[in-house]
Every structure is written in structure tokens, then in C-alpha cells.
Ligand binder design. Structure first.
Ligand SMILES: NC(=O)c1ccc[n+]([C@@H]2O[C@H](COP(=O)([O-])OP(=O)(O)OC[C@H]3O[C@@H](n4cnc5c(N)ncnc54)[C@H](O)[C@@H]3O)[C@@H](O)[C@H]2O)c1
Length: 255
């Protein structure tokens, strides 16, 4: 129930932040890991680190918004390791921009990477899993897809779309032994958030987080690895908040 020995995991966005933390944790419980990311230098470093710790690992440069990249990545994962039991699809980009200031180019870029990229990666890995009759897919939504925070027109729409698509794939693949769930992190301290949250956003966010702090990548990775275990076999179609209580919160008195 709690070992992934002999399983192969694809981790998109595995070169940084939540993806890197998840790649390390998966490797720690025995999985082979394919790190798929657009950032070659950082991705190669993660794969080297995992190999040095004793599990199988490789980096495949992948732009998740390009179907041909995604196909090559899935083929090289199955070519080297024989199968893909786990997909952690975490590659994504963020932007804080009010609706009236969002350009068409910005909208297209966020939707292409976060939503179309999720479709391409989940479809390609899902096909391998449905064929094999086993799989664990964890996609990456966000609290921004569940709640109406300011400045999240494109980002929130892309993440709400990921949650909706995850539920549909969960229904379609339920009879094939493939579970499909998504994470909805709140504010997690990573490179993406350093770019996306200015001081005012940070202050405003903290006021609404019952735990009074941002999360760290390992706290999301732990939830992701749980959903990748053989033992999570009866959980599918779920949007799983990892947010210090943010999505559940209402009026919060601090005294
Ligand atoms: N940090 C948070 O607070 C938070 C909250 C909710 C959801 N998320 C989501 O979690 C995921 C990981 O974010 P993070 O905070 O770890 O950010 P991060 O910037 O540290 O990591 C994102 C990774 O995705 C990669 N990437 C970007 N575009 C890509 C593309 N087109 N193809 C392949 N790889 C690409 C980057 O190179 C990077 O390695 C994202 O989907 C993000 O939207 C983050």
C-alpha cells in the first residue's frame, strides 16, 4: 500500500517547486521518475540527483503545450521503463492580472500551457494507463480555480478547466483501473509565487489562510504521493485542497 517500488512516474514541471519536491518524494519511496520540463538545465540536475539516490530517473525536455513534445516524452518514458503507472502533471505558468488588463496574448499563453497542456499530457499518459488497466493521474488545479480571487481571470479559468477535465477523465477511465484526481493548492512558496504575489497580495492572502502561513512544496508533494499509491484505489474525480484551510474558510477572527 505504501511502496512505489518498480512503478514509473512522469512528473511534468519536475525541474522546480512542487514538481521537484514530488519527484524527490516519489524516488524516496522507490519509483523511477521521468522529469519532463521546459527548463533543461534544472531538469537534468534533478534527474542526476535522483539517479545518485539509487532509483531510475531521466530528464526529457518537454513543452507541455506542444503535442509532438508530449508524444516523444511519453514514448521515451515507456521505451526506457516499460510503462507509466503514475502521472504527476504539474507544469504550469502563473500571472496576476485584472480582467480589463489581460491581453489576448496573455490569455492564450496561460490557456495553452495550463489547460491545453493538461489535456495533451493527461490524454497521452492516460492512453498508456487505460491500455495497461492501471494508473494514477494527479493533475494540478489551484485554489484560484475554486475561488474568485482578484487578478486571476486567465489563471483561474485555466485551473477551473483542469478540475473539470480531471472529473470527466476520472469518470471515463474509472472502469479501467485509472484514478484521476487534482490538487488545489493555496499559496505555496515557490518560484512561481515569488513572481506572481506582490507584497499586497501576500498580506491579503495571509489574512484569509487559517494556518497563517504559506505552504511549502513538500506539503503538496505528500498529498500527491498519497494519491499515487496503490492504496488510494477508491479515490477518483476529487479536487484535493492543500491550502492551510483557505478554501474551507469563512470569517476568521485572529484573537
Ligand atoms: N505555488 C503555488 O502557490 C501554487 C498554487 C496553486 C497551484 N500551483 C500550480 O502548481 C504547479 C507547479 O507550480 P510551482 O509553484 O511549483 O511553480 P514553479 O515555477 O516552481 O514550477 C513550474 C515548473 O513548470 C515548468 N514549466 C512551465 N511552463 C512549461 C511548459 N510549457 N512545459 C513544460 N514545463 C513547463 C517550469 O519550467 C517549472 O519547472 C503549477 O501548475 C502551478 O500553477 C502552484
Amino acid at each position: 500500500m505504501f511502496s512505489l517500488e518498480g512503478h514509473t512516474a512522469v512528473v511534468t514541471g519536475g525541474a522546480s517547486g512542487i514538481g521537484r519536491a514530488t519527484a524527490r518524494m516519489l524516488s524516496g519511496v522507490g519509483a523511477n521518475v521521468v522529469v519532463a520540463d521546459i527548463d533543461e538545465e534544472a531538469g537534468v540536475r534533478v534527474a542526476e540527483e535522483l539517479r545518485a539516490s539509487g532509483t531510475g530517473a531521466r530528464f526529457v525536455r518537454t513543452d507541455v503545450s506542444e503535442a509532438s513534445d508530449v508524444d516523444v516524452m511519453v514514448e521515451s518514458a515507456t521505451g526506457q521503463f516499460g510503462s507509466i503507472e503514475i502521472l504527476m502533471h504539474f507544469a504550469g505558468v502563473g500571472m496576476e492580472r485584472h480582467a480589463l488588463d489581460t491581453s489576448r496574448e496573455e490569455w492564450d499563453r496561460i490557456i495553452a500551457v495550463n489547460l491545453t497542456g493538461s489535456f495533451l499530457v493527461m490524454q497521452a499518459a492516460g492512453a498508456v494507463m487505460v491500455e495497461a488497466g492501471y494508473g494514477r493521474i494527479v493533475s494540478m488545479a489551484s485554489a484560484a480555480g475554486e475561488r474568485g480571487g482578484t487578478g486571476r481571470t486567465a489563471y483561474g479559468a485555466s485551473k477551473g478547466g483542469v478540475a473539470a477535465m480531471t472529473r470527466v477523465m476520472a469518470m471515463e477511465w474509472a472502469r479501467h483501473g485509472v484514478t484521476v484526481n487534482t490538487l488545489a493548492p493555496g499559496a505555496i512558496d515557490t518560484a512561481l509565487v515569488k513572481k506572481m504575489h506582490d507584497a499586497e497580495t501576500r498580506r491579503a492572502y495571509l489574512q484569509s489562510i487559517p494556518m497563517d502561513r504559506y505552504g511549502v512544496p513538500d506539503e503538496v508533494a505528500a498529498a500527491a504521493v498519497y494519491l499515487a499509491l496503490p492504496g488510494s484505489s477508491y479515490i477518483t474525480g476529487v479536487t484535493f485542497p492543500v491550502d492551510g484551510g483557505f478554501i474551507s474558510s469563512g470569517v476568521i477572527k485572529r484573537d
